[in-house]
Every structure is written in C-alpha cells, then in structure tokens.
Design a protein around this ligand. Structure first.
Ligand SMILES: [Zn+2]
Length: 339
C-alpha cells in the first residue's frame, strides 16, 4: 500500500513536470524520477549513511551589519539560512530542498571563496552570499501562534537532510537559487557570461504563476529613463520620435531579454535590469505618452532552483530529491563525508 502511494505521488510529480519534457530529453527526466524513486524505496528499508562533516563542522560567518565574525556549527547556521531564505509555510519537501541547496552553496563558498570575506567562509547578505538570520530575530518576526511550529519545521528540514549535498561529477555544485523564475529558469551563462555550468540549464516548471507578488511593473517618465541610463552611459541619446527608439533586439532561449536598444546604445538585458531596477530580465515594455512602462515576470536572476517552483512541485507530490534533480541538470545527492 505504501509502495503504491509512493508510485502514485511520483506519477503526479512526473505529470507536474510535463512542461519540462518539451525542452529536456523526455527519457532523461523520467529516468531521473525513476532513479530517485528507487532510492526513496531503498531509503525506507535501510538506515541512512552516517554523515560526517569533519572539516565542515563549523563555519566562520561574517555579519555584514555589525562587521563581526562568528563561528557557528554548520546545521545551526543552516537553520538561520533556510528560515531567512524561504517562507516557513512552504511545503516541508521544498524546505528540505532549500536546506540541501543552502548546505551545498555553503560548501562551495568554503572551497572557492578565495578570501572574499577575509578569514570568514561566508557572509549573511543575500545580495552577496546567502541570507542568514539569528534564531532570536527569526522567532520575533513570526506570529506567536506559529512561532514554535515554524521553527520545528525549519529544524526538521535541515536535520532530516543532514550531511546531504548536491554534486556534479563528484564535486559540490555552485547551487544558485532565486525566488520565482516565471515558469522557466535561465542558463547561468546568459546572466554572468563565461563558461556555462552544465548543471545550470534552463528548465520549465508549472504552477509558479499561482504565487502572487512576483509579477511587477516599473513606470518611468522619458526623462527619468534617460537619467538612469546616463549614470552608466553618459553619451546616450534617445530620439523618442523614432519608431524603434527603444527596441528589444534579442531574447535568450528562456524568453528573457538578452539585448535591448535604447537610442544609440545596445545593452544586455541583465544590465538594463540593474540600471532600471527591474526584478528580472523577463520583461516587456510599452510607451504611452511620456511614460515607459516595464512589465516584469518573476523575481531574481532565474538561475538554478526557483523557490516558488520548488514549493509548487512539492505541493504536487514531488520529494526534495526530485525537486533538486529537476532544477539542477544531471546532479546527484551525496554526503559531505564522501568528498
Ligand atoms: Zn558574501
């Protein structure tokens, strides 16, 4: 009966990921789900591999506000990250996926930060590394009636995945994540250039449009638009009388703006996002009178795991491993001690 239930859940999960079957190789996705299903069934009968953090037992955290350093046990640090990065009312499987992603991201920083934060491994700013909040501050921000249950859920998400990390060819991945992809994630190279990470490819997820607050609009007068762009491009000139004064020149494979023309300059969509304060590069625009209105879908760079996508997959019956393997192409979930 239990087995039947697991199969049923996974079937629903596969159906839910149907949009991705059109972009990813169909067999690949089904195989991934079947593999994790096998693992899950095995897991239920066997004891978990014992994790051993050894060199990663504590991390040195840099507090950006107070400019102080603190040594924190890894799991305790992760309680603070998961509770800062994802709403506690998301599904437990989504929170578990976030815990594994956060642990992996942390390890990657420890191994590759190259002294970015002096003697610290990582900082507590979401704009730089990943957000972190102390237990005291976190509890104070929750309503009293959900305070304890929320915290218990965060702790369970971290503890039940203890020692688990995401690897690609045996190495921890650079586990990027973001709030809302608008339905399709972005490949890393379209955001940061350089060599693409094979595990950070564009994938589709159904259900992200059900989350409110992730579509936005930015309205600028012509004068404001020119002023903001001139901060970077002093010799910018836009003749709004021309038909294509502003024009999207190219889109990325995921449908985001790759290049946009403003008068005599052509810039990357990512740069337009920064200069104009847009929440993502998935935008369109209209010009009405003196106003340029940008309509923006999703929130964040769009690379790696979408948090709302993770939650909507969990709601459809996917477990955290299926969520992770959906957003990070060709990865495995292993243990810290196997590094
Ligand atoms: Zn940092």
């Amino acid at each position: 009966m239990k087995k039947f239930f697991i199969y049923l859940l996974s079937l629903i999960c596969v159906l839910f990921m149907l949009p991705s079957l059109f972009t990813k190789k169909k067999q690949e996705v089904v195989a991934t789900v079947e593999e994790s299903l096998e693992e899950k069934v095995e897991d239920s009968g066997e004891e978990k591999v014992k994790y051993d953090y050894t060199k990663y037992a504590t991390i040195k955290l840099y507090h950006t506000q107070t400019q102080t350093y603190e040594e924190v046990p890894m799991d305790e640090y992760l309680y603070g990250v998961v509770s800062a990065e994802m709403p506690a009312d998301y599904e437990l499987e989504a929170l578990k996926a976030q815990a594994v992603v956060a642990r992996t991201y942390t390890l990657y920083q420890i191994m590759h930060s190259n002294g970015k934060h002096g003697e610290a491994d990582i900082c507590d700013a979401s704009t730089c590394c990943q957000a972190w909040i102390s237990k005291e501050d976190r509890l104070a921000k929750w309503d009293e009636n959900v305070r304890n249950s929320n915290w218990d859920k965060i702790v369970e998400a971290v503890d039940s995945t203890q020692g688990e990390i995401i690897t690609y060819q045996g190495e921890p991945i650079d586990a990027f994540f973001h709030a809302n992809s608008g339905g399709t994630t972005e490949t890393a190279t379209n955001v940061w250039g350089g060599t693409n990470f094979p595990y950070l490819q564009s994938v589709q997820t159904a259900g992200e449009d059900a989350y409110s607050g992730y579509n936005s609009e930015v309205e600028l007068s012509k004068e404001e638009l020119v002023k903001q762009l001139k901060e970077k491009y002093a010799d910018l000139e836009i003749n709004f009388e021309e038909e294509d004064a502003i024009k999207i020149i190219a889109y990325t494979e995921s449908g985001r703006v790759r290049t946009i023309k403003f008068g005599n300059i052509e810039i990357a969509g990512t740069e337009a996002r920064t200069l104009l304060g847009l929440r993502s590069t998935n935008f369109s625009f209209t010009i009405e009178g003196d106003t340029i209105k940008f309509t923006v879908t999703g929130y964040g760079h769009g690379v790696g795991m979408s948090q709302t996508g993770a939650d909507s997959m969990a709601k459809s019956g996917c477990n955290y491993k299926e969520i992770i393997q959906h957003f990070y192409t060709g990865v495995e979930i292993t243990y810290v001690n196997e590094l």
